[in-house]
Ligand binder design. Structure first.
Ligand code: NDP
Length: 434
């Protein structure tokens, strides 16, 4: 903790992972002897840089850019870029640390990294976002590459931003190196299903968990937070599997729609107009309502999919959800539930899918995008969707098997952390003290 002062989220993520590793280090003293745990906490490389750009009024603006290249034991660093005013080194390190184990769980040959900036895209014109992205890439380009470090999107970075970043990378390097970024447009090297993959995968994971209790997503009442990439696609897949998703939210409040969220309208408001969630209710009417500044977890549901941001669901929220009949939680966002909330879910017998397993479908499909780029191929929607489904099933089963093997049957948190850790630790041991 003294080594990384003030990096609260990073401490939280390390505590969660290492808390699950006691049975592993007991069985494998060689990990401790080789300093694996201490080495894992120290990123291989951290880059912090100035991002100067000019706003529409002609004023100079300055933001801070980050790229944390955490662990390359299994492959090139891989992880998204987040543009949000709250971003600081502690955010990027927590996300990068989680990413190491998530990527290992996918079974794909990818290491862990993460990046971003404290740039706030909200209210910025397209020209401003483009100039910011170009300036960001003007420094970042020298650190990345298809065999080195492959960034993608995250909060505040979607297809539009990846386009601007890729354009600038191509211009500086004079290379059409498709494999340097994922989340690209389908006509220039992107993969079908990548935009949907995180949300879809989270719901597939929830469905798998429910099936272990003889149930499924069919007929569930689903409470979702967020209204970005993950939330919208989670709602879509939940509906496809016969569930009714009744909520969506953003930082201004939440909507609840007793007839089920109208997905086309939600996409129009958030993806086309880039508006606020209250506009959904203005157009929808009926049995929908907007609760300004409200807590979405007060809405009863049998399945909860926190898909907005870290630490958005705490112990008090978990208590209300359980009292309201909650059966399962799958984390669409990264670390959305606090440790106390997770403990409460476990005590109440609620199925709990942690982010590094439940939301791994996004990065797994990014790895499929890299495969398509490497072979100059592009796969159909159905083919890629089936691959995603298989990957989510495999992750689910691996978590359960590992939890069993290490004496915590049914504990997906233990299973995910241990399975991810062992894979990375073994590769680090084999590669020597680097
Ligand atoms: P988006 O930027 O598309 O959407 C984020 C959503 O969360 C918005 O609705 C946003 O509302 C809301 N939100 C963000 N911060 C807050 C906050 N402090 N309080 C309330 N609401 C907030 O991001 P994504 O959907 O891509 O990402 C969401 C989560 O999923 C993140 O934790 C991300 O790391 C994780 N994730 C994303 C992956 C991906 O493929 N995109 C892959 C794996 C994980 P507002 O617009 O008001 O800020």
């Amino acid at each position: 903790l003294n080594r990384n002062p003030g990096e609260m989220e990073f401490h939280q993520a390390v505590t969660e992972v290492f808390g699950a590793l006691e049975p592993v280090v007991g069985r494998h003293p060689e990990y401790v002897e080789a300093g694996i745990l201490r080495r894992m906490c120290e990123p291989e490389r951290q880059i912090i840089f100035r991002v100067p750009w000019v706003d529409d009024a002609g004023r100079a603006q300055v933001n801070r850019g980050f790229r944390v290249e955490f662990n390359s034991a299994l492959g090139p660093y891989k992880g998204g870029l987040r543009f949000h005013p709250t971003v600081y080194l502690g955010t990027v390190k927590f996300l990068g640390f989680e990413q190491i184990f998530k990527n290992a769980l996918t079974g794909m040959p990818i290491g862990g990294g993460k990046g971003g900036s404290d740039f706030n895209p909200a209210g910025r014109s397209e020209g401003e976002v483009m100039r910011f992205c170009q300036s960001f890439m003007t420094e970042l380009y020298r650190h990345i590459g298809e065999y080195t470090d492959v960034p993608a999107g995250d909060v505040g970075v979607g297809g539009r931003e990846i386009g601007f970043l890729f354009g600038q990378y191509k211009r500086i390097t004079n290379r059409f190196e498709a494999g340097v970024l994922t989340g690209k447009g389908v006509s220039w090297g992107g993969s079908l299903v990548r935009p949907e993959a995180t949300g879809y995968g989270t719901v597939m994971f929830a469905d798998q968990m429910l099936r272990t209790r003889g149930s499924s997503m069919d007929g569930q009442r689903v409470v979702v937070s967020g209204s970005g990439n993950v939330a919208i696609n989670a709602i879509e897949k939940a509906q496809q599997l016969g569930a009714v998703a009744v909520t969506a939210s953003d930082s201004s409040g939440f909507v609840v729609d007793e007839d089920g969220i109208d997905l086309d309208l939600l996409r129009e408001v958030k993806e086309v107009r880039r508006g606020r969630i209250a506009e959904y209710v203005e157009h929808r009417g009926g049995r929908s309502r907007f609760v300004e500044g409200g807590n979405v977890w007060s809405v009863p549901g049998t399945v909860a999919l926190p898909s907005a941001t870290q630490n958005e669901l705490d112990e008090a929220d978990a208590k209300i959800l359980v009292e309201n009949g909650l059966v399962a939680v799958a984390e669409g966002a990264n670390m959305p539930c606090t440790q106390k909330a997770i403990e409460l879910f476990a005590e109440a017998g609620v199925l709990f899918g942690p982010a590094k397993a439940a939301n791994a479908g996004g990065v797994a499909t990014s790895a499929l995008e890299m495969q398509q780029n490497a072979s100059r191929d592009s796969w159909s929607f159905d083919f890629t969707h089936d691959r995603l489904e298989q990957i989510m099933t495999d992750i689910h089963d691996r978590c359960l098997e590992t939890a069993d093997e290490y004496g915590s049957p049914g504990n997906y948190v233990a299973g995910a952390n241990i399975a991810g850790f062992v894979k990375v630790a073994d590769a680090m041991l084999a590669q020597g003290l680097v």
